[in-house]
Design a protein around this ligand. Structure first.
Ligand code: SAH
Length: 367
């Protein structure tokens, strides 16, 4: 039993007979418990870690995001100061590639103030090193970002790490799936009636559900979007999020655990596997529109990166490359933009969404 499993069981037992923990709290403890949380204790990326993200596959990914950010800044009228806020920067690779590729954009680097939203002390140390040239400031909450300038917010595989709660449609209506302890002392899922705070998150335009349908809702994602849209409406700006997910309201159970590049049970090794849920882009779009923001997308990562010119970038890199490097560039391009054939291609599984306070700005990559 992991140390965190012990802590979780103790918490449930302290709640008395019938005690339980909702999945959001379980996911949040697994990812961010100060001592035993998954992100708090390790660098999870790459072959030696548990999973690989797009910026770790190829420099081309961060470069395309850099092009998007600089283009957005120009379309905003090249303000003298621009806050770039990256949410969940991982190893800082995406931002390092984005900054390097934009260094010749006239006036851009002089205007940029880099801000990073990161909860992991381990990853913060790695980011301090990879982004040391750019003088970043770290935050644990979006509200502490300065309020005096417009901003551009980005996040790759950030939203999928925010805790979700799972609802299932039964003969007695929607029920919530929560964590309980079995007689044999293992953790298991159990259905209970809906609590008020969860009911309020059920999308209002949900199509009539069928028995067994699942919906995942996230108080944290809701809260995060409320905060970011408020900041952008006050200060002016745009946001870009890339993540895996789907664009229909009811899409089943997507909460998953990954360890050593393999799926495992969410209760196998609490705190030692990455837990994520697919992003519900249909619900997210609805929330963004409700805030009176201009919505762009969602579009597939494939279309987005191609519209930004990733094929041309790959060709240019080819010219400077050795034969083995060319093979690497081609395989990275396929992984980032290819259609899902079960070999880790991200092109269609991953979606891109953006929103802006200014309806007159035509953000790149969406049409
Ligand atoms: N964007 C990076 C990393 C994605 S992993 C990449 O593409 O490689 C998720 C990142 O979000 C990690 O840096 C993790 O520590 C951070 N994170 C997850 N939940 C967070 C939260 N609630 N607040 C701040 N950072 C969080």
């Amino acid at each position: 039993m992991t140390a965190l499993e012990h802590i979780i069981k103790q918490k449930i037992r302290e709640r008395g007979p019938g005690g339980y923990m909702d999945l959001g709290e379980y996911m949040s403890l697994c990812l961010s418990h100060p001592e035993h949380g998954y992100y708090m204790t390790r660098d999870p990326f790459g072959q030696k870690g548990d999973f690989t993200t797009a910026p770790e596959i190829s420099q081309m990914f961060g470069e395309m995001i850099g092009v998007w950010v600089a283009d957005t800044w120009i379309k905003m009228g090249s303000p003298k100061k621009i806050i770039i806020l990256e949410c969940g920067p991982g190893r800082g690779t995406l931002m390092a590639d984005a900054m390097r590729v934009t260094k010749n954009v006239d006036g851009f680097h002089d205007a940029v103030q880099l801000h990073l939203l990161e909860m992991s002390p381990v990853l913060k140390d790695i980011q301090k090193d990879s982004l040391k040239e750019y003088g970043a400031t770290w935050h644990s909450e979006p509200e502490s970002v300065p309020t005096d300038s417009p901003l551009i917010v980005i996040g790759n595989e950030f939203l999928d790490a925010l805790p979700v709660r799972q609802l299932v449609f039964t003969e007695t209506g929607w029920q919530e799936k929560v964590v309980k302890i079995n007689i044999n002392d293992t953790l298991r899922l159990h259905e209970i009636g809906l609590k008020k705070e969860v009911k309020s998150l059920l999308p209002s335009f949900l199509i009539p559900p069928k028995l067994g349908d699942h919906v995942e809702v996230s108080l944290e994602l809701n809260d995060f979007i409320n905060k970011i849209t408020k900041i952008i409406l006050n200060q002016g700006g745009s946001a870009l999020f890339l993540d895996y997910g789907f664009n229909q309201m009811i899409a089943g159970e997507t909460l998953q655990a990954v360890k050593n590049h393999r799926y495992c049970d969410i209760f196998d090794t609490p705190g030692q596997a990455d837990l994520t849920a697919h992003v519900n882009f249909a619900d997210l779009s609805h929330k963004i529109l409700e805030k009176n923001m201009t919505l762009h997308g969602p579009v597939s990562q494939r279309d987005f990166l191609k519209r930004l010119g990733i094929d041309i970038r790959a060709e240019n890199l080819h010219r400077l490359a050795t034969q083995p490097q060319r093979v690497e560039i081609d395989s990275a391009l396929k992984r980032l933009t290819g259609e899902d054939t079960g070999n880790g291609e991200m092109g269609t599984l991953f979606k891109v969404i953006a929103f802006s306070s200014d309806s007159s700005i035509d953000l790149a990559g969406f049409a």
